[in-house]
Design a protein. Sequence first.
Length: 280
Amino acid sequence: MKKLFMRAGLLSLAVSQPAFAADAPIAFEPSAPWAVDYRDNSCALSRVFISEAGPIAFQIEAFDQGSNVNVRLVGSPIKDVGPSVEVRWRKDGPGHEMNFLFPTQSPDGIRGFFAMTSIWSAYLEGRKDDGPFKLDTIGDAEEIQFGGKLDPVVTLKTGPMAPALDALKKCTDDLVASWDLDPQVQRKLSRDAESKGISLTTPLVKASGHPAGVPSPIRVLIGENGRVTDCKILSDFLSQKESERVCSQIKRQARFSPALDEAGEPVATYHVEIGMKFRG
């Protein structure tokens, strides 16, 4: 089977009026079990779905235990990806328009898109998202639908998502542990590290088919005193020299209010962001 997945980029969610009813969706059934890929800097949950129109590959890539998740949908049945795509994470849920969407097309014409979403909150026990259109988890979903300016409208018959997301959760816990942090302590923080002091935005990275560039994910480790102890650019597009320049500035100038553990004591932590900004 041809390689379907593309590299990661940026996506944000804005509430919109769902446009799923305009076209009849194509239903895709799973052709293989879910697979979790333990990567150096992320965890990827992937599955291939099939219909009479052909295969589609779907992927959720997590950079941490939180909401920084890349979503990718790629396959030969996709005829066109417009300026916006809407996602409905479960049949009875609201539709969300995904802005800052990056359409992709391989040299042999396979279309798709990648984007980043914060709608999926990965089992963070101490951090609540009270937004009216945010879901604490999509574990009770049994299908995911993509529509809007996507041709055709795609329905993925996922079946219960909870076991797959639990496997992804285990991977992200192991990822956090590889940074010498206790994943259970991080899940129960009573307060995240809060940035302060400078304003810094990571550079846009030039990518094939996207001349304006795409934002580069960054991960920083933060000590109990709020100082940055480590920095990592998570994009393969950025040169080593540019990565070192950006991280050097972050480590030299960035300051955080320390994170607090479940008991309210300062604790070392991490922060991952796509296009990181520090504001006073």
